[in-house]
Ligand binder design. Structure first.
Ligand code: NAD
Ligand code: GLY
Length: 350
């Protein structure tokens, strides 16, 4: 079993191994003294993996209770959160008990936020079951729910007690959801790791399973380094947002219906690279993105996308910060007055 240890405000292990889902009970037992494990999951993941996780937890002596909500981003809201709080009250969950987030980023984010806030905080285990959740959302302690006014507007930093990552669970993912995660994987290669990028260039969406464990471990280790340097997102952590300034605008322009997050990130990276990279680097990125069945651009006019970039909640005053990778493996944070950025991107004139 590969273990990566994160040294943030809380130190915790990330275990990566095919088949370790069935050992989640014994592994969690090493981390917490909890009597009860409250599993939070969605209906799709529950059907696939709920019993395996419950059985393993019970075999390790946990009393197990389970809350299941409908899959999808629409569930990452205050209504579901309140239902989770009610469920934890009904089951007499105490601060020494433990939550278990079993699922993709939606489950991880809302369970993490419940763990940060219920009884002013209790431990939680992340068991990510999508590629995006394994390489990104389960690591680093960002938790959140969405509001009608925007995504992830209410949240907290709350590190898990551990992350259990079983690449075998990715075999049941629809290919579009796997591709979505590959958008973030390609991003890691672009921002920090040319060798990872070169490895990705040798595979495609059908064949990546052959090396997925290595790829996941590389991505998690990059995220670990970034989080250890800037846990609370005041500087370096922003490099994880390569492609995201345009991606958020693309998702919003299409009302979160046409492009998944990972596909919007892929297009956002390529569109930014076209403006900032040498042609051969832009071509390598586009070829890699295409091999994973992701888009390299969108039809929406830049003039309509750029104003939506300004709505990013992380925007600092009148300046807009964005990430460029002029070379593969080397990200830089840039800042420009919004009007100048708009003119430079071909939106409106300054
Ligand atoms: P998701 O949780 O909605 O999962 C996608 C779909 O896959 C769901 O329908 C789910 O039921 C299904 N699924 C999950 N695991 C499966 C499996 N093994 N087999 C078959 N189906 C499975 O979406 P996601 O892409 O995992 O996560 C997106 C969320 O993550 C967004 O809310 C985003 O804001 C958040 N996010 C958070 C961070 C962070 O740092 N906290 C980072 C990136 C994204
Ligand atoms: N997904 C971006 C971050 O964790 O900061």
């Amino acid at each position: 079993m590969k273990t990566i240890t994160v040294h943030a405000s809380q130190t915790y292990p990330i275990w990566i191994e095919n088949g370790i889902l069935s050992q989640c009970g014994e592994l969690l037992r090493e981390q917490v003294k909890a009597e009860t494990a409250a599993v939070i999951t969605d209906d799709t993941v529950d059907q696939l993996y709920g019993k395996q996780v419950t059985d393993s937890l019970e075999q390790s002596g946990f009393r197990v209770v389970k809350f299941v909500f409908p899959h999808g981003e629409a569930s990452k809201c205050s209504k579901t959160l309140n239902a989770i709080y009610d469920f934890l009250c009904e089951n007499a969950i105490t601060r020494t008990d433990c939550l278990v987030a079993l699922g993709g980023g939606v489950v991880g984010d809302i369970t993490g936020f419940a763990a940060a806030t219920f009884l002013r905080g209790l431990p939680y285990l992340q068991i990510p079951t999508t590629l995006l959740a394994q390489v990104d959302s389960s690591v680093g302690g960002k938790t959140a729910i969405d509001l009608p006014g925007g995504k992830n507007l209410v949240g907290a930093f709350k590190q898990p007690v551990a992350v259990l990552c079983d690449p075998d669970t990715l075999r049941t993912l629809p290919s579009e959801t796997l591709a979505d995660g590959m958008g973030e994987v390609i991003k890691y290669g672009m921002i920090r790791d040319e060798k990872l990028f070169a490895l990705l260039e040798q595979y495609n969406l059908e064949t990546i399973h052959e090396v997925i464990g290595t790829v996941i471990a590389n991505c998690i280790d990059i995220k670990r380094q970034v989080v250890e340097h800037d846990e609370f997102d005041t500087g370096e952590r922003m490099i994880l947002n390569f492609g995201h300034t345009l991606a958020h605008a693309i998702e919003s322009y299409y009302h979160y219906e046409t492009y998944t997050h990972g596909s919007a990130v892929a297009a956002g990276m390529c569109m930014m690279a076209e403006k900032t990279c040498a042609p051969e680097i832009y071509k390598r990125l586009c070829d890699c993105v295409t091999a994973y069945q992701l888009p390299t651009t969108v039809l929406a006019p830049m003039g309509e996308l750029v104003p939506l970039c300004g709505k990013d909640k992380k925007r600092a005053s009148r300046d807009l910060r964005y990430i460029v990778c002029e070379e593969i493996g080397n990200a830089q944070i840039r800042s420009m007055p919004f009007a100048e950025f708009s003119a430079w991107m071909g939106g409106t004139t300054a």
